[in-house]
Design a protein around this ligand. Structure first.
Ligand SMILES: Cc1cc2nc3c(=O)[nH]c(=O)nc-3n(C[C@H](O)[C@H](O)[C@H](O)COP(=O)(O)OP(=O)(O)OC[C@H]3O[C@@H](n4cnc5c(N)ncnc54)[C@H](O)[C@@H]3O)c2cc1C
Length: 345
């Protein structure tokens, strides 16, 4: 039998941020990841707000150095002439996001966690949640049972723990599926900034994410709307060879309201998710992981605080989700063919 202060399921940005922050707070942390790295995951365009978080996690030097591919914002071709949506600026200058290979982000975060003494089990899947008297007490994994007063679900969009505990999930859009892919090549148009282009059925986002690699993502607002590479990509890109298959991901807007409870916290995409037009999934994953680690450390030190602390964490997540969703709704209302399912303003 193995005992820890916290068991984290999933070693994406949310899980690693929880594990690193927990270890820095002096907790004994186990991190379980079922895939071997590098694993494929989209999300290589990072919001500038990530930089201070990476600093706190102790990985900014490796990830935000001179080699990082920087950008100031993106071009939006929406309801009128194209406009440049910058991230903003302060007295130190213009805020810049950056493109980063996900494999590099994932590997750097994971090795930082291991260096801080986090017990990493990989590849090792979480099979079944262990409960006692209505409280989560551990995880049955591929390599045996692991026990801890807190289990963190950082399993991403699959929401492993929500399914295990049958937690209600609130869907805030109809089923939404994005298609995405990569092209080998370079385009001067997309080299300096990404472009988000509206069309009657949805939008397409294209960015030069590496010197010779373009990423495109396409969302259609209505299910089963036709989609092909030929209708999605601008003519200039259609001749470029694809790298890897055409992929799809479920990006239905959704939240699990009970994101914290007796013995557990949900972080990252496992807690809530919007489609990629909200553009900062990795930022939210890191933030929620760091926040959950702090709250659960408080709960371990002062058990009387457990219930109010969990309620506060739920509220914090739900306020952030509501804010981001409201912004996305305003943005989609300005689309030339807004989704029919948007609530009336
Ligand atoms: C097409 C597309 C484009 C995107 N582009 C961007 C972007 O440009 N910028 C951005 O910020 N965000 C982007 N996102 C969102 C971003 O990918 C996610 O928000 C982010 O990866 C969430 O991180 P996470 O740690 O919560 O989950 P994940 O990164 O999905 O990690 C979850 C981990 O849990 C592991 N796991 C799952 N189940 C188990 C189990 N039972 N046992 C053990 N391990 C398990 C998985 O193997 C995985 O490694 C995009 C999303 C999509 C679909």
């Amino acid at each position: 039998m193995r005992h820890f202060d916290v068991v984290v399921v999933g070693a994406g940005p949310a899980g690693c941020a929880t594990a690193i922050s927990g270890a820095r707070l002096g907790l004994r942390v186990a991190l379980i990841e079922r895939q071997t790295f590098p694993r494929f995951r989209p999300g290589e365009s990072l919001h500038p707000g990530i930089e201070p978080l990476l600093q706190q996690l102790g990985v900014a030097e490796q990830l935000c150095g001179r080699a990082a591919r920087r950008f100031d914002g993106q071009w939006v071709h929406w309801d009128g002439p194209p406009r440049f949506n910058g991230f903003g600026a302060d007295e130190r200058g213009i805020w810049q996001g950056f493109h980063l290979e996900r494999a590099q982000l994932d590997a750097t975060l994971l090795s930082r966690a291991a260096a801080l003494g986090v017990k990493v089990q990989q590849p090792c899947g979480a099979r079944r949640v262990l409960t006692k008297a209505n409280r989560v007490i551990g995880v049955d994994t591929d390599s045996g049972c692991v026990y801890a007063p807190y289990v963190i679900d950082a399993s991403g969009a699959r929401g492993w723990l929500s399914h295990q505990l049958e937690l209600p999930i609130r869907h805030c859009s109809p089923p939404l599926l994005v298609r995405y892919g990569y092209l080998r090549g370079r385009s001067a148009t997309f080299a300096r900034a990404a472009h988000l282009q509206a069309d009657p059925g949805g939008w397409t986002w294209i960015a030069q994410v590496e010197e010779r690699l373009l990423h495109w993502t396409r969302l259609t607002f209505e299910q089963n709307a036709p989609m092909s590479r030929a209708t999605t990509l601008p003519e200039a890109l259609q001749a470029l060879p694809a790298l890897g298959p055409l992929r799809g991901a479920d990006v239905t807007w959704r939240i699990t309201p009970a994101a914290a409870g007796a013995g557990y916290f949900l972080v990252g995409d496992a807690a809530n998710r919007l489609d990629p037009a909200s553009s900062h999934g990795v930022l939210k994953a890191l933030m929620s992981g760091m926040q959950a680690a702090q709250v659960l450390a408080d709960c371990l030190h002062r058990p009387a605080l457990q219930v109010p602390a969990q309620m506060q964490y739920r509220q914090w997540l739900s306020d952030g989700f509501a804010h981001d969703m409201a912004q996305l709704q305003v943005f989609y209302r300005q689309h030339p063919g807004p989704p029919s399912w948007l609530p009336v303003d």
